[in-house]
Design a protein around this ligand. Sequence first.
Ligand code: F6P
Length: 542
Amino acid sequence: MTSPSETPAWKALAEHAEQMQRRGLRELFAEDPDRGERLAVDALGLYLDYSKNLVSDETLGLLCELAKSCGLRARTEAMFAGEKINVTEGRAVLHTALRAPRGAVIEVDGENVVPEVHAVLDRMADFAERLRGGAWRGHTGRRIRNVINIGIGGSDLGPVMAYEALRHYADPELHLGFVSNVDGTDFAETIRGLDAEETLFIVCSKTFTTQETLTNARSARAWLLAALGDEAAVAKHFVAVSTNAEEVVGFGIDPANMFGFWDWVGGRYSYDSAVGLSLMVAIGPERFREMLAGFRAMDEHFRSAPFEQNMPVLLALLGIWYTNFFGAETHAVLPYDQYLWRFAAYLQQLDMESNGKRVDLEGRYVDYQTGPIIWGEPGTNGQHAFYQLIHQGTKLIPCDFIGFCQSLNPRGEHHDLLMANFFAQSEALAFGKSEEEVAAEGVASELVSHRSFPGNRPSNTLLAERLTPECLGKLVALYEHKVFVQGTIWNVNSFDQWGVELGKVLARRIAPELSGETEPEPDHDGSTNALIRHYRARRARQ
Ligand code: F6P
């Protein structure tokens, strides 16, 4: 494919950006009193206001043109149809099949994968019901009260984000825990105070070869066996989620207690597969299916809505506008809902592992910026920490504000106050406060520049009625497809992650150098050698 930067639309956008950089949101709103209503999409129970962006109708037209010239429709269809668009790994990309209705037909290598997807969902539902209802018991006959997911990356961030997001719907009798870090502290603190007789571990790993996860899983088994003293206990206290049955069996988990998924599901796109088993146990199969329906609704919207009305496409194009034509390097995601406190961390992997690429699909080094740095915290906490820089700093940071009309925990005036802050922040970012306005308030002249706000800081606002499982599914699919659209336009493979390999290989090489009996002289660069020697000297004194 031609590089996007060679397309006429890209060139036109570059020229147009020079004009738009001189325009302001106050002016754009003054010119078009309907802008706030016009630049909005109201679909699927989500209201997306994108009017507070530094765009005109011409900008939006050119951005849609860019999407067309990069073959977005064809690539979308290729993904949904199960074509092997993950070319560097020779795989289909079919997370959308995870939420396809029972009767759908989606083929990979001539085989319909949908019946298998539903067979796994049914097994998960059966397991979740037995565990929630007390039919599945521990080795000593006690009821399971603690469910600990052991996984990392996509095998952790999705489940933990979604569990936190939906814990309002979770069975209060069950305690959920998540261990990811190979730092022993994570495991120690997660199991602190738990009774092994009432604890079940879900070892969740697509490959079942991930060092962190297997180390934690071995520690979990040792902890369990130390308490229960019988190898047979493993069968009642360990289940696995993986694509690798051989390794699961090798670890000692009965394949009957394994929930499978497939190589066409990327780790960061997987929590609506068996990877979400811990979530399903927490909220129950029915709520889990409601969440899948939300994903599906967004899939259909993405596939069928015209670009101008298409939420994932619009978010993606606006992101491209700032990344490639305004020099923005980061993107903040600011949910005004405490339940979404892990949402930005989840999106970091989804977005940065997908589009953190510098080589295009043809293997050429790109001459344009790709994936931004994603970050964020829930409002209002972020306001008292980093918003200062967004309002008055020297960097342009586009933001997504996410809020809900109804609180799941209505309490006095809390929710209206939360939402007052939500609306106020995007208003302040967009329109600021000029030096004249500040001076007119009688502020001392030497303080006027300090106390004025430049405005023109762009944001999107997403407003939904209530944070339900279905709504969460829509939100996650919205961002999945946003990332896909951006990857398509940047012409990168959003579905591999070779960048994580080198560090893993080096860690495997260094590990025996730290723990081996002989500890030979390290043979790395001067800095790493010195660090290893320093560590060894102090470690030995422990
Ligand atoms: O190292 C990155 C990564 O491969 C992620 O893409 C993945 O989500 C994570 O590791 C965990 O992998 P697994 O599920 O195979 O343990």
